[in-house]
Design a protein around this ligand. Structure first.
Ligand SMILES: Cc1ncc(COP(=O)(O)O)c(C=O)c1O
Length: 394
């Protein structure tokens, strides 16, 4: 095994020294070794990939679909995505020039920010939030402006956005993620329209991470791109809707002029996504089977959500309106105070249930826990009874 030449020490990219490794992963790794622990930590569907999708990947391999594709993804997949966006959300994008298939939503996030940001640019990120946005913005030398939304039911209100814009001066972009990881809260069409009214007269770019758009339990998902098509990049993918996290298929859609730059960055980062994964995503986005598979999973998530919601309420937690994704963001019962990390650590060690401390998701998350219900009902039942016992015995 090679030992690094000591003369290289301290000569890595200095900008990365301010970036901490994900404390979610660290916490998860720490508690995973506890014997018999039930984990509600991961944002990952526990379902298998639907059979028709797996077969499409197998066929691609057996049919020698093994050559470079266009960097923005196969034409047939971009057409399926255009159909999906139009069918579900009434969004119109030209598959030839306005859609790029990425390696998961993660690469979509990186390529979008890289396309827009210069060092020093400011990006508004409502919190609590999925931590990757802040990290990527920092990696690019730009400045995350974290806006605590805990006083406004975990949504960025037009007033809060206006106030932030006045306070911060020039801002390059606004990141919105709904339904939200970690809160499960989403925005309805009226809330988005009201936000759009503030954004439209400005030169703000909007990056809308809608990766959980198919997992909305009451009402229908609306996209801010409906109201701001000329300044929005819509990010989505197959990871959550089709339990395809390991296949790594995401996408970005936006105005052609902007997509030219996003696609250029994307092509330099990854060349293109992998062919079998793209083949599997075609029926995911473009067929009735793909749609039905999501609906079946959604029904199971909803039952689990309702069960956990009731169990947590009985134990004295208040839960943020959980209308989407597969997370509950639960406020600790008053007797436990605000130290979510101490609570989560004790719950893991003494109660054998792993959840993520809310403060790991940024300002406004203190005093909360994030629980993922993307796990079996048996696990949830066991977790619920252990949480109830833990709370009662402290
Ligand atoms: C809000 C949000 N965006 C993006 C991602 C990353 O998705 P992918 O696995 O498709 O890269 C996640 C994964 O947990 C997420 O929660």
């Amino acid at each position: 095994m090679p030992k690094m030449n000591p003369a290289l020490r301290g000569r890595f990219n200095h900008d990365l020294t301010s970036i901490a490794p994900s404390n979610i992963r660290t916490f998860d790794a720490e508690v995973s070794s506890i014997k018999g622990i039930v984990k509600l930590t991961l944002g990952e569907p526990d379902f298998n990939v639907p059979t028709a999708l797996k077969n499409a990947a197998i066929q691609a391999i057996e049919g020698n679909d093994s050559h470079y594709t266009p960097s923005v993804g196969t034409a047939v997949l971009r057409e399926a995505i255009a159909h999906f966006l139009s069918d579900r959300y009434d969004l119109t994008y030209d598959p030839a020039t306005e859609i790029a298939v990425t390696v998961g939503a993660t690469e979509a996030i990186f390529a979008s920010f890289e396309a827009l940001l210069n060092p020093g640019d400011k990006v508004i990120i409502p919190t609590p939030t999925f931590p990757l946005y802040e990290t990527v913005v920092q990696m690019l030398g730009a400045t995350p402006v974290l806006v605590d939304t805990s006083a406004t039911d975990f949504v960025l209100t037009p007033a809060l956005l206006e106030e932030t814009l006045v306070k911060e001066g020039p801002v390059k972009a606004l990141l919105l993620n709904y339904p939200s990881n970690p809160t499960g809260v989403t925005y309805d069409a009226t809330q988005l329209q009201d936000l759009a009214a503030v954004i439209e007269p400005t030169d703000l770019f909007v990056i809308a991470d809608e990766i959980y758009s198919e997992l909305i339990y009451s009402g229908h998902h609306a996209s801010i791109a409906t109201y701001l098509p000329g300044q929005t990049l819509v990010l989505n993918g197959a990871s959550k809707s089709h339990a395809m996290t390991g296949y790594r298929i995401g996408f970005v859609a936006g105005p052609a002029e902007l997509m030219k730059v996003v696609s250029m960055v994307h092509s330099m980062l990854v060349t293109s996504p992998s062919n079998p994964a793209m083949a599997a995503a075609v029926p995911a986005f473009g067929s009735e089977e793909g749609r039905q598979a999501t609906l079946t999973m959604k029904q199971a998530y909803q039952e689990r959500r309702d069960f956990m919601l009731q169990a947590l309420s009985q134990a004295g937690f208040k839960v943020a309106s959980p209308n989407g994704a597969f997370y509950l963001f639960a406020k600790l019962p008053t007797k436990f105070g605000q130290d979510d990390e101490a609570f989560a650590t004790a719950l893991a060690k003494e109660g054998a249930v792993a959840v993520i401390p809310g403060s790991f998701f940024g300002p406004g998350g203190e005093g909360y826990l994030r629980l993922s219900y993307a796990t079996s009902m048996d696990n949830l039942k066991l977790a619920a009874s252990r949480i109830q016992d833990f709370v009662a015995s402290h």
